[in-house]
Unconditional design. Structure first.
Ligand code: PRF
Ligand code: ZN
Length: 372
């Protein structure tokens, strides 16, 4: 039986890599950005539109899916791919991150985490075994270890405990995993921005065989220097021949910098969340469609962008629409996702063409260019 993940590096530039990742539902070019459809639906964008944009790998969340429609129902239907009619790849996060995002409603012990539902009064006890069982039922191509996630700015001894518990839970995840032939379980490096804890976590995780590794516990309010430095520490140590996934990062400059540091995969809700507040990504930074200046601009959000919004509408029309219709947020979401998907393809291609320096130079020059 072939491995469910084959990682072929096509070209490198210093630490940056351009690769093809072969998964059970097709090939993915890296570096890649994975759009987030937490509850088995993208906010304001259909999966058909995602496919049209060229998305080959998207992210869903175990905690939310376990709650509704439930792992049992998804198993009965034949998995999440069938349920949402998605032919390409899916990655499920383990539920670990909800320990932070729903921290008021969760309690962690060595056994697992107990969540009080944000929707009703019910509770959910999620042990590593439960997370993996549900992820086996959901059937994503890549599944994530259940990690003990604390806020990035947490200090010892709680940070040390969380990082060490993540390794103990990983052994329970591996023992519980029933679909090793068609689902890849990625361990998650923790340890905050403490270099010693990171080193320990890296050493522990590398000893466990895996087809890819994730870097967790970042992008949570730490300063930029510590963030990038920790990413560099992780990519320097993780195996070269396996994909590296930086969790929860999707700010365009970070994606470019961290690709240069040797990261292959990214995910973040930022692109669609910020779109719902009326902010669009452009080569020249963020564009607030709500601002009154947009009313007099009869150009698309981004020159030459091939997305539905830019092919059809001016900034002026979107500005007018945003006050009245939800469809404006839908169009800006499509534009932002398309922007990130294209940014990643351009990064991939520039590494292959030996033009990464020129690409990054041009990207930064435009991104930080003053308006006017
Ligand atoms: N762990 C998990 N999911 C995550 C993260 C993590 O550390 C992050 C980083 N803040 C985003 N999503 N399981
Ligand atoms: Zn566009």
């Amino acid at each position: 039986m072939a491995k469910p993940l084959e990682f072929t590096i096509l070209a490198t530039h210093n630490f940056a890599r351009a690769s093809i990742m072969r998964l059970p539902h097709g090939e993915v070019k890296t570096p890649v950005y994975m759009p987030v459809g937490t509850k088995g639906a993208m906010k304001g964008v259909t999966y058909q539109e995602m496919d049209d944009m060229g998305c080959k790998l998207l992210l869903a969340n175990t905690y939310h899916l376990a709650y509704k429609p439930s792992g049992d129902l998804l198993e009965k239907i034949g998995g999440l791919h069938k349920f949402i009619n998605w032919k390409n790849n899916i990655l499920t996060d383990s539920g670990g991150f909800q320990m932070v995002s729903l921290s008021q409603l969760s309690e962690v012990t060595e056994d697992g985490v107990t969540f009080e539902s944000p929707y009703d009064k019910s509770t959910m006890h999620l042990r590593p075994e439960d997370s993996i069982h549900t992820q086996n039922q959901i059937g994503a191509d890549i599944i994530m270890a259940l990690d003990d996630v604390v806020r990035t700015t947490t200090v010892r001894p709680r940070m040390k405990e969380a990082s060490e518990r993540t390794t103990r839970w990983l052994d329970r995840d591996i023992a519980a995993h029933r679909r090793k032939n068609d689902q890849n379980l990625f361990p998650i490096v923790q340890g905050g921005v403490d270099p010693n804890l990171r080193e320990q976590s890296l050493n522990d995780l590398i000893q466990r065989e895996a087809n890819g590794y994730a870097i967790g516990g970042l992008a949570g309010g730490e300063d930029k220097f510590d963030f990038w430095k920790t990413v560099a520490q992780c990519t320097a140590k993780l195996p070269n021949d396996k994909p590296r996934y930086l969790m929860g990062v999707g700010y365009p400059v970070d994606v470019v910098v961290c690709s240069c540091l040797g990261v292959d995969m990214f995910d973040c809700v930022f692109s669609t969340r910020t779109a719902r507040f009326g902010t669009a990504f452009t080569d020249y930074g963020f564009l607030k469609i709500k601002n009154h200046q947009a009313a007099n601009i009869f150009q698309p959000i981004q020159d030459k962008c091939q997305c539905q919004a830019c092919k059809s509408y001016t900034q002026s029309y979107l500005h007018y629409l945003i006050a009245k219709e939800e469809v404006a947020c839908h169009l800006i979401s499509i534009h932002n996702l398309n922007y990130l998907i294209q940014l990643m393809l351009n990064l991939h291609q520039s590494i292959i063409n030996g033009k990464l320096i020129e690409f990054v130079n041009e990207f930064l020059r435009k991104w930080y260019k003053k308006e006017g």
